[in-house]
Write a protein that binds this ligand. Structure first.
Ligand code: HEM
Length: 404
């Protein structure tokens, strides 16, 4: 048996034994380790295992979670090389699977901090007494979408509220140890009324008064966008499992540095999307193109054709963006799969102003030939763009050095 299989067995034994079934609290520990992430400051998240330290461990939202961290202590003793940060999150990913839920893709690579310097402030985790705006504030701050909020809330199909930990009381489902879509089915099929008691405001099912929902749970059926997903997951458990595994896996990777391939893959995917958007915007001559360069690889060309943002702007004659694109570092002389440069594209369509801008940029190579064997001047002549041909000839006569 390899180390990973052994680790999985040891975690199973730590969470399910003659004394305890701790799948729900392990899922919660992993989520509370990760859900402090703030995408704006890139702080918080599971890396560092900062929940071992005050002030994070004393955040009222984390009441009771010390118990599961102590349970995992035994596993750490026999697997000293795995970080506590990986242990807290991996246990949560596995607990979903152990309880009958989907496999949650997981990658190791977190490290443990030795001080509390990177502990997030209290108040980053959601407050159950609030509504839809609060849910969006908290989860969007982590980089999660509305769909993710609903899918992730489906974890409440497991476990229950404990009065001593949160002030709330009761389970969400009839089988709190099984990971399925009952939480969503209950949300849409039962009638939820305020519970009559002296404790925190929470809901109970009108019919049996045995189940509960938090105000944040009920917010999911009162908001149109959220409700759409609740209804989907109530009908389609497979869709819930797929979306939950994806969102929970991303949640556990939040704030984990580049050593974590999952986060890296996410980042690369995000950069690809931004780069494609950047090129598309250049094609449309978007005036604020500089802003769209943030987070994009401006040097990249379209897959297949290799056409850069500069090719696209030049092709459509967006002279006002050329200097900005050159300054941003879009390669001036890149050739696409037909061998055309941006200068070829501008010359072909007679975009004189674009041609001038390109000739003024330092390092332009007007001698490059495309697959037809033509340089920009040859193309301008072929297409009868006399003024462009004149500009190129003048540039050549001046030795390619003097600006137009
Ligand atoms: C949407 C905002 C959320 C709020 C306001 C919230 C709030 C709470 C509260 C008050 C409890 C009761 C704790 C106790 O008394 O023991 C709880 C339990 C739990 N939460 Fe959440 N939660 C939220 C989202 C999530 C997410 C995203 C996950 C995981 C992906 C999750 C997983 C759990 C689990 C599994 C339990 C049961 C723990 C146990 O039985 O010990 N929750 N949650």
């Amino acid at each position: 048996m390899n180390d990973k299989d052994q680790l999985k067995r040891d975690l199973h034994k730590a969470l399910l034994n003659s004394k305890v079934i701790a799948f729900p609290i392990a899922v919660r520990q992993a989520w509370h380790s990760s859900g402090t992430y703030d995408k704006h400051s890139n702080t918080g998240g599971s890396n560092g295992a900062t929940m071992r330290f005050a002030p994070e461990k004393d955040d009222p939202a984390n009441n009771g979670l010390g118990i599961v961290r102590d349970m995992l202590h035994e596993v750490k003793k026999v697997h000293p090389n795995i970080s506590e940060a990986d242990l807290y999150t991996y246990a949560g990913a596995l607990a979903v699977e152990f309880a009958g839920g989907p496999h949650v893709p997981y990658l190791f690579g977190r490290t443990d901090d030795s001080t509390n310097a990177r502990c997030p402030m209290h108040g980053r985790l959601p407050d159950a007494s609030q509504g839809k705006d609060h849910l969006r504030d908290v989860f969007h701050r982590m980089g999660m979408s509305d769909r993710d909020i609903v899918a992730l809330s489906g974890a409440h199909t497991l476990g229950r509220c404990h009065f001593v930990r949160s002030g709330y009381d009761g389970p969400w489902t009839h089988n709190p140890l099984k990971f399925d879509n009952e939480y969503f089915r209950n949300l849409v099929s039962l009638t939820w009324v305020p519970r009559e008691w002296d404790g925190e405001m929470q809901y109970t099912d009108k019919e049996t008064k045995t189940l509960m929902m938090l105000p944040t749970d009920v917010a999911l059926i009162r908001d149109g966008t959220f409700r759409k997903y609740v209804e989907l997951y109530a009908k389609d458990q497979e869709a819930f499992f797929r979306d939950f595994a994806d969102a929970y896996s991303r949640l556990l990777a939040l704030g984990v540095p580049h050593c974590c391939p999952h986060a890296q893959a996410q980042k690369a995917g995000e950069m690809k999307r931004k780069s494609a958007k950047f090129r598309e915007s250049a094609m449309h001559g978007v005036v604020e193109i500089k802003k769209l360069a943030e987070g994009a690889d401006v040097r990249e060309g379209d897959p297949g054709s290799g056409r850069t943002a500069l090719h696209k702007a030049a092709y459509w004659g967006h002279a006002h963006t050329i200097q900005t694109l050159v300054d941003l570092g879009v390669p001036l002389n890149a050739q696409d799969s037909d061998g055309d440069t941006a200068l070829h594209d501008a010359a072909r369509f007679g975009h004189l102003e674009v041609v001038k801008q390109l000739l003024n940029a330092r390092g332009v190579d007007i001698g490059l030939r495309n697959r037809q064997g033509l340089d920009a001047l040859g193309l301008a002549k072929e297409y009868g763009k006399r003024d462009v041909a004149d500009a190129l000839e003048q540039f050549k006569r001046n030795g390619g050095g003097s600006r137009l």
